[in-house]
Design a protein around this ligand. Structure first.
Ligand code: HEC
Length: 243
């Protein structure tokens, strides 16, 4: 159902989400300011009202994007429900401030900060992966003394060139990411894509060595296949993994 709506509506989430974050920060700063200048208090309430609307719109667009995008399911669910909760907390924070007085309003504001940080964090895990700050990304430097990273520079180039467009941070076709070694080993719908030490055992290898016309061949369609020199690099690297 939601996936039938225009993609622009889902993509709006990525733009809108900055609004409630900015408004939340503004409301907190202004609230601190009101400790010295009580005249600014009504403004906090207005900010929270605008924030509630922005959060509800963001969550709505997010639900559309979730139905349209190809995101890993578990990470998506966490962010989806944190986002919906965040929109509800934003509405509650405004209501507490407007109807229940200053103390209740401050409690609401704290809850809003927690909900926004949590939903934002889970959202970043969704788009960047948990490996964002770890070294286990294809894009990171091979760790010194880490045998698993031997030759990863060239391997990274092969995967980045042929695969990451559809199996990376933005799209996860077949629920598979190939932008980190850990994600490749974890695999996708069909299980592990990489079996360390056994190049020919993994689904990744099967797919890149299929006849180009085969429907399972990767990369699919008219795209240029992985050359035999590139395959040789992959084999040597996968066979060296875990040794
Ligand atoms: C144009 C987009 C696209 C590109 C580029 C692409 N893939 Fe895929 N891949 C898909 C789609 C769509 C699926 C899911 C359908 C299927 O299983 O065939 C998939 C599925 C897979 C799977 C099975 C995942 C699972 O567990 O079901 C593997 C393994 C895979 N791709 C490996 C690769 C490798 C390796 C490359 C680079 C050499 C690559 N893909 C490039 C679109 C792409």
């Amino acid at each position: 159902m939601l996936s039938m709506l225009p993609p622009a509506l889902g993509n709006a989430h990525l733009l809108l989400l900055h609004l409630p974050i900015g408004l939340m920060v503004a409301a907190v700063l202004l609230e601190i300011w009101t400790w010295r200048d009580a005249a600014a208090r009504p403004l906090v309430e207005k900010l929270l009202a605008v924030n509630a609307v922005a959060a509800l719109l963001t969550a709505g667009a997010g639900l559309v994007l979730a139905a349209q995008g190809d995101y890993p399911e578990e990470a998506l669910n966490w962010h989806r429900w944190a986002g919906v909760a965040c929109a509800l907390v934003a509405t509650l924070a405004w209501w507490l401030r407007a109807r229940k007085g200053l103390t209740a309003g401050r409690v609401g504001l704290v809850a809003l900060v927690v909900a926004t940080v949590l939903a934002g964090h889970l959202g970043s895990v969704l788009t960047h992966g948990p490996g964002l700050f770890s070294r286990s990304a294809w894009t990171s430097d091979p760790g010194a003394g880490d045998a698993a990273w031997a030759g990863v520079g060239e391997v990274h180039a092969v995967i980045a060139k042929h695969c990451v467009e559809c199996h990376g941070p933005t799209k996860q076709k077949g629920r598979l990411r190939l932008d980190t070694v850990a994600a490749a080993v974890r695999g996708g719908r069909a299980g592990a894509a990489l079996v360390p030490g056994e190049a020919e055992a993994g689904e990744l290898w099967r797919r890149i060595t299929l006849p180009r016309a085969h429907r399972d061949a990767m990369p699919p369609g008219e795209r240029e296949g992985v050359s035999s020199a590139e395959r040789a690099e992959l084999v040597a690297w996968i066979n060296g993994l875990g040794r």
